[in-house]
Design a binder for this molecule. Structure first.
Ligand SMILES: [Zn+2]
Length: 155
C-alpha cells in the first residue's frame, strides 16, 4: 500500500494527504506551539554576533521610527533574521510560536509588558521612547517569514 498521507505533523502522530491540510491542522491544534523539533541542529551563535545584532536592531528602530513622531499609524521594519538568532532571542517568550510545515517563526509582543520584554532582549530599557500621553497602547509584532525577513509592526 502506498502511503497516502505523506505529510506527517512534526508535533504529534498525525499525517496528512496534502500540505494544506497539514497546515490547517497546525493552525487548529498547535496554534501556539513553542517546540522547534530541530533546535538542537541550529548552529550556535557567538556572543559577538548577538551583541552586534542588538546594536543593529536598535539603530534601525531609532532611524526608522524616529523619536518625535506620534503613535499614529503603522510602521513596518523588516530585517533579515538568521533562524538560530531568532530562536535565541525569542524562543523563551510567551508570544513565540513555530509552524514546522512552513518553517515559520513568530513572536508577538503586546502592551507595556511587551515593550519591556523587548527592552530586556535588546538590553536597552528605553529602546523606543513613547511620546504618547496615553502611553500604554504600544503594540509591537515581530515575526519571521520564510527565513527571508523579519517584520516589525507598530501601532
Ligand atoms: Zn499535530
Amino acid at each position: 500500500m502506498a502511503l497516502l498521507k505523506p505529510f506527517p505533523c512534526q508535533l504529534c502522530n498525525n499525517s496528512y494527504s496534502s500540505k494544506s491540510s497539514l497546515s490547517c491542522h497546525e493552525i487548529t491544534k498547535h496554534s501556539m506551539n513553542h517546540i522547534v523539533p530541530h533546535y538542537q541542529h541550529l548552529p550556535t551563535i557567538s556572543e559577538g554576533i548577538i551583541n552586534h545584532f542588538r546594536a543593529v536592531l536598535l539603530q534601525d528602530i531609532n532611524s526608522k521610527l524616529g523619536f518625535h513622531q506620534t503613535n499614529e499609524g503603522l510602521k513596518h521594519i523588516q530585517w533579515n533574521f538568521p533562524e538560530n538568532l531568532f530562536y535565541f532571542f525569542f524562543s523563551n517568550e510567551s508570544g513565540f510560536s513555530y509552524r514546522p510545515s512552513l518553517r515559520r517563526y513568530s513572536c508577538v509582543f503586546k502592551g507595556q509588558n511587551g515593550y519591556n520584554r523587548i527592552g530586556t532582549i535588546l538590553k536597552c530599557k528605553f529602546w523606543r521612547k513613547n511620546k504618547n500621553k496615553n502611553g500604554c497602547e504600544t503594540f509591537v509584532l515581530v515575526e519571521n517569514r520564510d527565513n527571508k525577513g523579519t517584520l516589525l509592526k507598530k501601532i
